[in-house]
Design a protein around this ligand. Structure first.
Ligand SMILES: Nc1nc2c(ncn2[C@@H]2O[C@H](COP(=O)(O)OP(=O)(O)O)[C@@H](O)[C@H]2O)c(=O)[nH]1
Ligand SMILES: [Mg+2]
Length: 308
């Protein structure tokens, strides 16, 4: 199975829902008119594309219809695909929009943040595997000391991927675990350090302060680190995730987003609007619970997987 086929399979919920609704509309209308366009806007919003981005897409759609004098509703799906693909491809050109799988800096530090249950620990396990498959040595750091179970979950992933883990006892200062982890990575020459953090609610000010302290601790040991701060969002929570994202973004310099659980939702449209909403690119997508279910985000491939 090709990578695109695999992605198509994983995004089946969104594809059937989105394409299903569009074809339903196309069948209901014998020509393209205001009504049809309004209904399409509604479908975009229902798919969690976001209000701003939906309006943007609709403007472009109207423009295209005007210029080409298209009246046939059967053309709508292809036109939409082109518009969304063009928007995403232009937003996502450039190297800083993807994860560096072959970084020059060593150790290369990536901190994962996000509220409880979004998929941080799982994503760390999967990314550790991606790096390991490229011959990198990886160290996991269990800085989620808030829940006893959190450390165990990261440990399960460490065993599964067969990489070492740095931890302290439950309730320790997370920054102190980060400190230990980086010192150890420098001493032993690890290439990649993946830091798991607690997913406590963003409304708790002291917990946000803790994240800032972890970033400062990292910077003290390695001035240009952390090299990435990845915010993990759960696609099944849809636009609510954006409220969380803004809180994190205000607190620490988030460099990229992981959208997890895209396989479990009909609202993968969240991916389309997020860069525009937050100014932060989606770098990785989670498409299942297995170790291989984390992919670099490729705009063109993503649009194809939804539309074709
Ligand atoms: N279907 C699906 N489940 C996921 C994905 N990523 C994580 N999960 C599940 O979401 C739950 C919470 O994940 P976890 O990594 O513990 O979240 P954390 O609290 O942010 O560390 C677990 O049951 C994971 O198996 C994904 O991409 N797809
Ligand atoms: Mg966790």
């Amino acid at each position: 199975m090709s990578l695109l086929d695999k992605l198509r399979k994983k995004l089946v919920r969104t594809r059937t829902s989105f394409i299903g609704k569009i074809s339903e509309l196309v069948n209901l209308h014998c020509k393209i008119d205001e009504d049809l366009i309004e209904d399409i806007e509604e479908v975009l919003i229902q798919s969690d594309v976001g209000i701003q981005m939906s309006l943007n897409i609709i403007d472009k759609l109207k423009e295209e219809l005007r210029i080409t004098k298209t009246k046939d509703p059967n053309k709508i799906q292809d036109i939409l695909e082109n518009i969304i693909e063009n928007i995403l491809v232009s937003e996502y050109e450039g190297a800083t929009n993807s994860i560096n799988l072959n970084p020059e800096q060593k150790p290369y530090i990536i901190i994962f943040v996000g509220v409880n249950g979004v998929g941080k620990t799982t994503s760390i396990g999967k990314l550790a595997k991606l790096y390991k498959d490229r011959g990198k040595s990886v160290l996991l750091v269990a800085a989620d000391t808030f829940r006893a179970a959190a450390e165990e979950q990261l440990e399960v992933w460490a065993k599964r991927v067969n990489v070492p883990i740095i931890k302290q006892k439950y309730g320790s200062d997370p920054s102190s675990v980060v400190y230990d982890g980086i010192i150890s990575a420098k001493a032993k020459g690890y290439d990649i350090v993946l830091v798991d953090t607690a997913g406590r609610l963003h409304t708790k000010v002291n917990l946000m302060k803790e994240l800032q302290k972890m970033v400062r601790t990292t910077q003290k040991l390695i001035p240009d680190a952390p090299h990435e701060i990845l915010l993990v969002l759960d696609a099944t929570t849809g636009q609510n995730g954006l409220v969380q994202a803004r809180k994190f973004k205000e607190t620490i310099p988030v460099s990229g987003i992981i959208i997890a659980k895209l396989d479990g939702t009909a609202k993968a449209g969240i991916v389309v609007g997020i860069r525009n909403e937050l100014g932060i690119p989606v770098k990785l997508i989670g498409i299942g619970e297995n170790i291989e279910d984390l992919k670099n985000f490729h705009a063109r491939e993503f649009v194809k997987a939804i539309f074709q």
